[in-house]
Design a protein around this ligand. Sequence first.
Ligand code: GTP
Ligand code: MG
Length: 200
Amino acid sequence: MKITSSSFVKSSSKSKDCPDQKFYEYAFIGRSNVGKSSLINALTNSKKLAKISGTPGKTLLINHFLINEKWFLVDLPGYGFARKSKKEKKIIEEIITDYFLNRNNINLTFVLIDLRLKPQKIDLEFMLWLNQNNLQFKIIFTKADKLNKKEFIENPDNYLKILYNEIGIHPEHFVSSSKSKLGREEILHNISLQMNSKKA
Ligand code: GTP
Ligand code: MG
């Protein structure tokens, strides 16, 4: 899929404040610092559409970006950032829960997972929660450029095996790097397939 235009629409803290639900949207979610905002920029070929920072916890609101004038990419706040207070973590959790349970135009959710790390409890719990709420999701492994060849080959399968053993699900997955743009075409193609299959 070719990206011909991308623009920031708005930031919202509640699902009811999000833009009109007339377009499908594709949600990007994952732990703080996993690379959600960077991937949105890589997909749209833009350097600063979504804000990126070396400091985790940069994205604190639900950010909608309009793509090709007909669908939304959504950058969500990261969960599980250890250095945030209990109160802040609870606020972020509420934003995320309200978004997924009340937004009706989500066509697909991408859960981003840092390919360098062993499966983290918080990610497994979040994917279990999505599954229990019948919310379809796919995994995007991020930061593939930081791995050696062996890890690059073995880590995705090892992760998926543990995910299956722990929570009994085996979602479709992509391997990506915002730095090298690995996975970009494949992810965009998948969004376009998903969009067309729902229209039919
Ligand atoms: P929050 O908004 O805090 O939830 O973080 P985020 O998930 O949006 O992560 P963000 O895109 O801000 O990236 C976090 C850090 O990881 C930044 O320093 C990025 O430059 C770096 N990063 C993101 N993606 C990649 C990647 O594919 N490769 C490498 N090497 N670094 C990456
Ligand atoms: Mg971000």
